[in-house]
Design a protein around this ligand. Structure first.
Ligand code: ASP
Length: 352
């Protein structure tokens, strides 16, 4: 997280980034952070948003699709592959930190505006789980494939089986093993993860131990889509699945309303059907930002003591292309990209 914070600070010093930040921080209202994207002629202005600073590069890849009048679904699938392939990123795709047994297991989901969706969970050895998730969506009658079955399907589809554990990630895992004090209790695990987010972590490799890329896009035809991909919590129990591949938890899209995605402690997001909740709140008339705030508050309300130490962030876009975000802790940022600006980074507001 230190790198991320430095980056965020540096980015925020740039004049252009200030414009985005200014929108996000303006006033104490919970108004949405951006103007409507509808153009005078009725067509939509495309826009893509995604979680964390690594979303900037991911957005730019998605923008290459959107700016050529491409489909939002293709844009999000393309965009999230950037952090999936980034060897410096230890929380998504290849080079992701492994579980406590040293195995890199990946979770991913994708969804379009019509409710079509596909996901993979605990998938090993496939560098781009988001591509497999899309194949699940388009080439099977199912929504979610897990573990060995997901790998078998991926190989049948022609994906190459690869080693995703890099020497650097393996070394971090060995470091963690030295002091591993594993307690299979939800609370202590959650608190540990939360502390790492606060920079108080006791586990080796404390930065970037988790963080998901969740990406939402609207294209020039007004079509919404979302994608979410992660290696999940570092040192998790083998077989643990987070919120990211669970439709309604880590990702949800409804073309009549909007889309939402999440990052942070996945168990809390699953318990509250987080992304579905954000979309339903927008359906009831909340702005994306209000909806994210309300969904965060549900988690805080259920965990009044633990919430001081854990992090969850939601990011949302409605069908007008308005955006919003909210997190439990400070430190969550999201990247915004549209015709006006391709490298926006906005610090989300938070409960604490
Ligand atoms: N939500 C992810 C998970 O629980 C991790 C993260 O975004 O930090 O697997």
């Amino acid at each position: 997280m230190a790198d991320r914070r430095d980056f965020l600070k540096a980015s925020l010093l740039g004049a252009s980034a200030m414009a985005w930040a200014g929108q996000a921080m303006a006033g104490q209202t919970m108004a949405s952070t951006s103007a409507k994207t509808k153009q005078a002629g009725g067509a939509m202005k495309p826009r893509v948003i995604s979680t964390w600073d690594f979303g900037i590069a991911a957005n730019q890849a998605a923008w290459a699709v959107l700016s050529k009048n491409g489909h939002a679904l293709d844009a999000v699938e393309t965009g999230v592959q950037v952090p999936e392939a980034d060897l410096k990123n230890h929380s998504v795709g290849r080079a992701g930190y492994p579980d406590r047994d040293g195995r890199v297991t990946l979770d991913a989901s994708i969804m379009d505006a019509d409710g079509n969706c596909g996901a993979v969970a605990a998938l090993e050895h496939i560098a781009h789980p988001i591509q497999v998730a899309r194949r699940v969506m388009e080439r099977t009658p199912h929504v979610l494939l897990v573990g060995d079955g997901a790998l078998q399907f991926a190989q049948e589809q022609g994906f190459k089986k690869e080693e995703l554990l890099t020497p650097e990630s393996e070394q971090a895992w060995h470091e963690w093993l030295k002091t591993a004090h594993y307690q299979p209790s939800a609370n202590s695990e959650i608190l540990d993860y939360g502390r790492r987010d606060q920079g108080k972590g006791s586990l080796p490799g404390g930065k970037d131990n988790h963080d998901t890329i969740g990406m939402l896009a609207i294209d020039a035809q007004g079509r919404l889509a979302g994608a979410c991909t992660t290696s999940g919590m570092a040192w998790k129990l083998h077989g643990r699945v987070g919120d990211s591949p669970i439709i309604g938890a880590g990702l949800y899209v409804d073309g009549d309303v909007g889309a939402a995605t999440s990052t942070g402690v996945g168990e809390e997001v699953i318990r509250n059907a987080g992304s579905f909740l954000v979309v339903e709140l927008m359906r009831q008339g909340r702005s994306p930002q209000e909806a994210c705030r309300e969904a965060v508050m549900r988690i805080v309300k259920r965990r009044p003591h633990a919430s001081k130490d854990l992090q969850v962030g939601f990011l949302a876009m409605n069908r007008e292309g308005e955006i919003g975000a909210w997190a439990i802790q400070p430190g969550f940022s999201y990247a915004v990209c549209d015709a006006a600006k391709q490298d926006g980074l906005v610090p989300a507001r938070s409960v604490y």
